[in-house]
Design a protein around this ligand. Structure first.
Ligand code: KMH
Ligand code: ZN
Length: 272
């Protein structure tokens, strides 16, 4: 097994401080959390931006501030969201790709998202893949439903994505694949063997699916974007606490945690 890549999904677009007061909003708060998670063992941070009132934004200048503030502190790998928030236009969503991140997410299908629809038309997916490739940014394919794997492999055939792909199985979004071991086993069975994968369990699925992935040789994503609780009825004190728990589980399972440099080698970052 390779060393374990831990991604910290710091902010997201959905959870607010009314849900958990530790959700970071400003570039300074996001950078401070990125640094704390890097110190704890995360080698990638997945970034969304917010206005100071907490509403989500894909504004390029705000992302640039976040990226600069993080890079001043540490060498953690910076992955920007191109998902943004439900209802944003594709043009709006793509802005951070042009601000010098190491990685960017690419959702390869449309999916129900609680009471909303997270729209990703075939035309838009291709445009996103082209932009990510043109910027020399490493894509992470976000899989909320099984058909999204085939859609990504179709983009490889068209020359818009390069193998080996790196997948993120996002499991437990209401309206999408449930956060169960069966979902994870199935998705893992559907990707080519040389591809890498991580799992983002939503809500209460974060802990069991993370532990399962560590044992299976996958990678793991945790953070307040996906889950605001430490355990049932107890809010997480912050992103760092969720990363620290995964590091402890990895140690118990005798899986070493990758540094950012090791993660760059595992994911071929900078070679796309
Ligand atoms: N906020 C979700 C609608 C991503 O970051 O690429 C989409 C999302 C995926 O979070
Ligand atoms: Zn996200």
């Amino acid at each position: 097994m390779s060393k374990l890549i831990i991604t910290a999904a710091l902010t997201g677009a959905e959870a607010t401080r009314a849900d958990n007061p530790a959700v970071p909003y400003t570039p300074e708060e996001i950078a401070a959390d990125a640094y704390a998670c890097w110190q704890a063992g995360a080698s990638i941070v997945h970034i969304h931006a917010r206005h100071s009132d907490g509403t989500p934004t894909q504004d390029g200048d705000t992302y640039e501030q976040i990226i600069k503030a993080i890079r001043e502190k540490c060498d953690v790998i910076i992955q920007v969201s191109t998902g943004g928030a439900v209802g944003m236009s594709p043009r709006e969503r793509l802005q951070p790709v042009y601000r010098g991140p190491d990685m960017a997410t690419l959702s390869t299908g449309t999916v129900n998202f609680a009471d909303d629809v997270f729209m990703n038309t075939p035309t838009d997916i291709e445009a996103f893949a082209k932009a990510i490739k043109a910027q020399g940014v490493k894509p992470e394919v976000e899989v909320f439903d099984a058909g999204m794997i085939n859609n990504a492999l179709g983009l490889v055939k068209k020359g818009l994505l390069s193998m080996p792909l790196h997948f993120d199985f996002v499991l437990g979004v209401p309206g999408a694949l449930p956060g169960t071991p069966e979902s994870l086993m199935f998705l893992r069975s559907q990707i080519p063997r040389d591809c890498t994968w991580t799992v983002a369990g939503i809500g209460r699925a974060e802990l069991p699916l993370g532990a399962m992935s560590i044992a299976m040789g996958g990678h793991v994503r945790v953070g307040l974007e996906d889950n605001i609780y430490y355990r049932k009825g107890e809010l997480a004190t912050g992103n760092r606490q969720l990363v620290e728990r995964m590091v402890r589980i990895a140690r118990e399972l005798e899986r070493e945690v990758a540094t950012p440099e090791e993660t760059r080698a595992i994911l071929n970052i900078g070679r796309n």
